[in-house]
Design a protein around this ligand. Structure first.
Ligand code: SF4
Length: 342
């Protein structure tokens, strides 16, 4: 089994609520710069800002809008309306604006979106800011993105180094999974070998069930089963982990690294050291790099973006990938049953 990290070389595209990227498109012509919180990592992605309310033709500055009725999903179902503070019905405009915004994302090939929570348009889990009632979540555009299976990242989580680390590593795994070839049981087993640790961390019960299902996979299983595996695993990767679980994974992965390499990493602290979210995020990134340099993928962050790797690690991984391809060619006739799933 290939133990080198999966490397994404193309800069991942991410959609973003335009007001979170400093565009002054809010109803009061204000904005937020949420990307400042992730520092230089901002350059590791290609951003696609959209504002569904602007694309609705509501203009800046405008009356704030709210959902009159259940939520944004009900707006799509025709049982709720979108109204401006002055009482004007802007439902049709908002539907057109949300569709236009999604068209932009599709044209750019975007599969992930950083959304502004608290907005009746872009909000997913909140449509209320500062106790103003604006209907229940999700918002109109948030509902469209959620139904479309986009990888949805709340902009407010960019402020926490550990939460952002968690979103980023799951995003890279999610993007890789979208396009990876799944044409045989061997492909499915290879993918599961890489993703099972992160899946166990997010939802151990689901991961065990999935592992059992794969171990008993019928020899006749075909595209339908493989695609269901892709869909369900991708869906799990959309769910956040928790700080205690992430800390547990850091320690487990570090123990694994020490066992495999016989080396320690000076900047990774002892298990009982006091950590805050910033120091933990730093240790997680050091762990990723150290593992990549040693030629191992780290189970808790199995997919990396090449822009985040030191040159030395890239070269080493390149050599390992070439060797793995050679091995694959030599083992082309091997039985997929040889692969251990659980
Ligand atoms: S939350 Fe969405 S709709 Fe509202 S200003 Fe920001 S991008 Fe536009």
């Amino acid at each position: 089994m290939d133990k080198s990290p999966v490397i994404i070389n193309d800069k991942p595209m991410i959609g973003i609520s335009a007001c979170c990227m400093g565009c002054p498109v809010r109803y009061n012509a204000r904005s937020y710069d949420m990307l400042k919180h992730i520092g230089r990592e901002k350059g590791d992605f290609r951003w696609v800002p959209v504002c569904p309310e602007c694309l609705a033709g509501l203009g800046v500055m405008r009356d704030p809008i709210h959902i009159a009725g259940e939520n944004g999903t009900a707006v799509w179902q025709g049982t709720a309306k979108v109204k401006s503070r002055g009482g004007r019905d802007v439902t049709d405009q908002m539907i057109a604006g949300a569709k236009a915004a999604e068209d932009n994302l599709k044209r750019a090939g975007v599969k992930a979106f950083v959304y502004m929570d608290g907005s009746p348009s872009c909000g997913v889990y909140r449509t209320t800011l500062r106790k103003q009632s604006r209907g229940r979540p999700p918002g109109v555009f948030g509902s469209l993105l959620d139904q479309g299976g986009y990888f949805l990242i709340p902009a407010l989580d960019l402020q926490s180094p550990v939460k952002w680390w968690d979103w980023r590593r799951r995003l890279l795994a999610y993007l890789w999974l979208q396009d990876v070839l799944l044409s045989s049981r061997k492909d499915v087993y290879d993918v599961w070998y890489r993703l099972k640790f992160i899946c166990q961390e997010i939802d151990d019960h689901w991961a065990r069930q999935n592992g059992r299902m794969l171990a008993n996979l019928d020899k006749q299983a075909g595209t339908e089963v493989f695609e269901q595996f892709r869909r369900e695993t991708a869906n799990l990767l959309r769910k956040p982990s928790t700080t205690p679980k992430i800390k547990g994974s850091l320690l487990k992965n570090y123990a694994h690294y020490r066992k495999k390499t016989g080396q320690t990493v000076p900047d990774i602290q002892a298990p009982d050291a006091r950590r805050n979210v910033t120091s933990m995020a730093r240790e997680l990134m050091i762990m990723e790099r150290a593992s990549a340099e040693a030629g191992y993928f780290v189970g808790t962050a199995p997919v990396l973006y090449s822009g985040k790797l030191p040159k030395q690690a890239e070269k080493k991984i390149d050599l390992i990938e070439k060797a793995a391809k050679r091995d694959q060619l030599n083992a082309a006739d091997s039985d997929p049953e040889d692969h251990v799933v659980l």
